[in-house]
Design a protein around this ligand. Structure first.
Ligand SMILES: [Zn+2]
Ligand SMILES: [Zn+2]
Length: 169
């Protein structure tokens, strides 16, 4: 699912392609892209969402309890489909995320320039302010169902991009 952000006041816009992003960890922890204003790109951008260790623990607990009202950020929540079968895999994934998080030192970085000078939006798909303009960025989603090339990027534990390649998704 592609995503773009457009300021309703000044009309500036930036679109982001679907990209698979993983950390260079044994279990391939997924990077959580979050909308932000990047002060070094001087543009709307996407930054890593780096959850607190407590959030990782709480979300895993919510999954075990099949809490469907929670907003799941780290993994897909329980969807009512093969839950008991999927649980061990999910809980192992939360453990891997927690292990990565305990080693992680720096705050979330811009996924394009690597800067930590980013202001993250409060919500993943919500509105947020365009600094210096006063308008609000709105999020637009676009769905592409076709098989195509997609970029896969690998990041270090500290969020520095190590490599990228094209894969067929
Ligand atoms: Zn604006
Ligand atoms: Zn940036």
């Amino acid at each position: 699912m592609g995503v773009s952000f457009e300021c309703v006041l000044c009309g500036c816009r930036r679109a982001f392609d679907d990209t698979i992003r993983v950390y260079d960890t044994p279990e391939k922890v997924m990077v959580i892209p979050w909308p932000c204003w990047c002060w070094d790109c001087d543009a709307v951008s996407q930054a890593e969402y780096v959850p607190d260790p407590a959030e990782v623990v709480e979300e895993a607990k919510a999954w075990r309890e099949r809490d469907r009202d929670r907003e799941y950020r780290i993994a897909c929540g329980p969807l009512g489909w093969r839950e008991d079968e999927r649980e061990p895999e999910l809980l192992a994934y939360y453990d891997a995320v927690l292990e990565w998080r305990r080693r992680r030192q720096s705050s979330g970085r811009c996924l394009f320039c690597g800067s930590v000078r980013v202001s993250l939006a409060a919500a993943r798909y919500g509105k947020f302010e365009h600094p210096g303009c006063g308008g609000m960025f709105e999020c637009l989603l676009s769905i592409s169902g076709s098989i195509r090339q997609i970029t896969k990027e690998v990041f270090s534990t500290e969020g520095v991009k190590l490599s990228e390649e094209q894969v067929v998704a």
